[in-house]
Design a protein around this ligand. Sequence first.
Ligand code: HEC
Length: 116
Amino acid sequence: MMRWIMMALVACFGVTFTVKAGDSSEIFKALSCDKCHSIEAAGIAFNPGEPDEDDDEEEKEPVDLSKIGASVDAAHIIKFLDREVKSHENEKKHKKKFKGTDEEKQMLADWLASLK
Ligand code: HEC
């Protein structure tokens, strides 16, 4: 009996964890972040698709975010997505205004900050 309870617990935690990381990468793709970014560490490929009319033609190099959490924290990412602060690497603000919800922004920021 005890063994079943333990197994059920392990199964539950395993599943919760997978769903959470999966959700964030789904949001990342759903919001087309992969049009400009890859996250090789999470198996997310650069997926430029059709260019938007407001995209810069010359900028086609993907910015890989596999290790972004080693450089910035979640609070920075949230402000960066809100276009309140500049990139930690250069003097630029983010290209795109964030189109998701606050909850999605928080999830993405926590997830990206965990990539080290
Ligand atoms: C139109 C292209 C484009 C799209 C779409 C895009 N980004 Fe970016 N992002 C960039 C570029 C370019 C940089 C590098 C900084 C710079 O040069 O502006 C960057 C940098 C970042 C950084 C690093 C910030 C830092 O301080 O170094 C994060 C985090 C980030 N993007 C997250 C996202 C998320 C999340 C999405 C989807 C909601 C997204 N990006 C969509 C172009 C894009």
